[in-house]
Design a binder for this molecule. Structure first.
Ligand code: MG
Length: 387
């Protein structure tokens, strides 16, 4: 079997809501073969669509003619035979290709991908909602949105607060975060899991203050308390805050995850299969975490395609914790022909060959590419903050 064509497909997917939200395109990659099997991957990297298109163009001569059944070797070629190994743009483009190859492999033998990897070790996949608040910062709206998400079948909820903050000490920001966290806990009740995403907004000193302010609310994890490259800072937060730390959505190399585990900076790895060089690398991260008695909770705030793909990793990783899913109750859920349905906190394992899903191409065509945008945050003095 040979790859004969790589077809990017961009679907405009603005995020509805009331806060600072990123408008993105879903970046799908269709890999066509000479045997008539087409594989589906996703490489969504918000606000970097032209970069991904360019990276695919740069790698095209290595991909066309390759055998998708030798996906592991193709990955070695793509990562190592252009001298420059990576960065998240190249890693995302490569991820999209790798994921499509696995889809082809499953379709070629008429089995779900997880059955090619020893089979599922669980019957269904625990899931949590992200993005359910629509970016709201008003506690009344947050409360209503949390109850709406719970009514849609979720039993675990991640929240975040996109407000600018001062470094080291910002009592107002800590108070607002605490207030929102109390609101979410009250809205969903004591039997639901909640988690807080710092989104890398804080330095380690402020992150310790934020984390300690949330300790009594029984959070499952505190995500990206600091920027992921601040490994010592993250380790300090992990030492000083009594909430497990999770991170990894912006990492692309196994070695980066290894350093975080070695430094006891994280308990939970969050590889994003659309960024970390694909499924096999994500699975390596899961195994690495297992060796440190850690857990894996794949990052996934994008389209239902990458969610469905992630379910295959969740199925086979013994140390799987919980799967992220963007809260969708509109057309975005229907870009795949059989939309995923959350039931009492779980998603079913996909049953069909490959990833077990197909794009609804008619639906995709109805939502043409948009101008993507990532929100920008500034402090009162005009200085730049991380969103
Ligand atoms: Mg995050």
């Amino acid at each position: 079997m040979k790859i004969i064509k790589v077809e990017p497909l961009l679907v405009g997917a603005p995020t509805p809501g009331c806060g600072l939200l990123s408008n993105r395109n879903y970046f799908y990659i269709l890999v066509h073969t000479d045997e008539g099997i087409t594989g589906l991957g996703e490489a969504t990297l918000e606000s970097h669509d032209e970069s991904i298109l360019g990276a695919l163009k740069d790698l095209e001569d290595l991909i066309i003619g390759a055998d998708p059944a030798q996906v592991a070797k193709l990955m070695q070629v793509l990562i190592r035979q252009r001298f420059w190994k990576g960065g998240v743009v190249k890693a995302s483009a490569i991820s999209g290709i790798e994921l499509a190859c696995w889809d082809i492999l499953g379709k070629a033998v008429n089995k779900p991908v997880y059955e090619l990897l020893g089979g599922a070790v669980r019957d269904k996949i625990r899931v949590y909602a992200n993005g359910w608040s629509g970016g709201a910062t008003d506690p009344v709206i947050v409360r209503d949105k949390a109850q709406e998400a719970k009514a849609c079948g979720y039993r675990a909820f991640k929240f975040s607060l996109a407000i600018p903050s001062w470094p080291v000490s910002d009592l107002s920001a800590v108070r607002q975060i605490r207030h929102i966290a109390e609101t979410v806990r009250l809205a969903v009740g004591d039997d639901c899991e909640i988690m807080f995403d710092g989104h890398g907004r804080y330095d380690s000193h402020l992150a310790v203050r934020v984390g300690q302010a949330l300790e009594d609310l029984n959070l499952m994890f505190f995500e990206e308390p600091v920027q992921p490259e601040d490994e010592e800072g993250m380790a300090r937060v992990a030492r000083e805050v009594n909430i497990p730390i999770a991170a990894g959505e912006r990492l692309t190399r196994l070695q980066e995850f290894r350093r975080l585990f070695q430094k006891e900076a994280i308990a939970i790895a969050q590889p994003d299969l659309a960024h970390c060089h694909g499924f096999n690398e994500g699975l390596k991260v899961a195994h690495l975490a297992e060796a440190f008695d850690g857990f894996v909770a794949p990052h996934c705030p994008m389209s239902p395609v990458i969610t469905a793909i992630s379910l295959h990793l969740d199925a086979v990783a013994p140390n799987f914790l919980i799967q992220e899913r963007l809260f969708l109750n509109d057309w975005r859920n229907e870009v795949i022909t059989k939309p995923l349905v959350v039931k009492d906190g779980y998603l079913d394992l996909p049953k069909g060959p490959g990833w077990g899903i197909e794009l609804d191409l008619e639906k995709c065509k109805q939502h043409s590419r948009i101008v993507a945008g990532t929100p920008r945050l500034f402090r009162p003095d005009g200085a730049v903050c991380d969103w």
